[in-house]
Design a protein around this ligand. Structure first.
Ligand code: BEZ
Ligand code: FE
Length: 297
């Protein structure tokens, strides 16, 4: 943590006065929440500038960097969110908004690759139809905090292919490697997906250059995304990670939580599948992920 460097009393007073003046400029903000946010932001931004004794050249570099982040951002490319992700501020916002309880399934970052309009698949269906990768049988149950099954819960699932690419990163314009399905009367679900593989976050923009300059890896730990919704229960956005993955401790967006690390059991070639699917000559894996949703508050 930086410690405020020693400055003269006169200098400290000049800097303190400016902070107070800027905070006071927001005193008459009609919306009390906006007022709170802006005044806290001023406090923390000024503390940062003073702690690190920001130079004018560094200030200019920061402006140039944010300008570049803005220039590359489009409808399809959100570099500001990516910046928030690599700074851990997306994950911290998730933490603040999904207070941990011993029972409820933990949340993690949404990421930029969720899109509306995924196809519906039946229970046991294949969300990865035609997408290259090792098949993975995924099963679990959705319950509330009292252990009651949640029938009809909607599960959105999406993941990258074996080359670490999401459908929306290709030019083909087709949805693939994503689907939604509904739990049965006992809250159970099953589907075929792919054994997750690691992939880098987009590196061809200013955020990629920031990672390069700071010798940080762009790699995300292997994962499979879930969004679970059910009436009266809190929506959960999360992913599951692969036990034993080397990247669990260095996920570039800080999304890994221990409770979300699952055992993907690799099945040798010619092991019979749970639903009789013919995977002759291929390996496959299976994983269980039970989801517990708290009530909406
Ligand atoms: C993802 O998991 O899809 C993701 C999350 C944050 C940044 C980039 C990708
Ligand atoms: Fe992802």
């Amino acid at each position: 943590m930086p410690s405020t460097p020693e400055v003269s009393d006169q200098q400290r007073q000049i800097e303190d006065e400016l902070v107070q003046k800027v905070r006071a400029a927001f005193d008459h903000t009609p919306d009390p929440r906006l007022k709170e946010l802006m005044q806290a932001l001023v406090l923390h931004l000024h503390a940062f500038i003073r702690d690190v004794r920001l130079t004018e050249a560094e200030w200019q570099q920061a402006i140039d960097f944010l300008t570049a982040v803005g220039h590359i951002t489009t409808e399809r490319r959100q570099e500001f969110v990516l910046l928030s992700d690599v700074l851990g501020t997306s994950m911290q916002t998730v933490n603040v908004n999904y207070e941990a309880t011993a029972e409820a399934t933990e949340a993690t970052v949404l990421g930029p690759f969720f899109v509306e309009g995924s196809p519906e698949i039946p229970l046991g269906g294949d969300m990865a139809d035609g997408v290259p990768g090792e098949p993975c049988w995924v099963e679990g149950r959705v319950t509330d905090m009292d252990g009651n099954p949640v029938p009809g819960a909607r599960l959105e699932v999406w993941e990258a292919d074996e080359d670490g690419m999401y459908d929306v990163q290709y030019d083909h314009g087709q949805l693939a490697g994503r689907a939604h399905l509904f739990t049965d009367g006992q809250g159970r679900y099953t589907f075929w997906g792919l054994t997750p593989t690691p992939y880098p976050i987009p590196q061809d923009g200013p955020v990629g250059r920031l990672l390069e300059h700071t010798t940080r890896s762009p790699m995300r730990a292997s994962h499979l995304h879930f969004k679970a919704t059910a009436p009266g229960l809190r929506t959960l956005i999360t992913h599951i990670f692969v036990e034993g993955d080397d990247l669990l401790d260095s996920d570039s967006v800080f999304g890994v939580k221990e409770s979300l690390v699952k055992r993907f059991e690799r099945q040798p070639v010619n092991t019979a599948t749970p639903d009789g699917r013919d995977l002759t000559g291929r390996t496959w894996s299976r994983v269980r992920f039970d989801i517990v949703l708290p009530k909406t508050s």
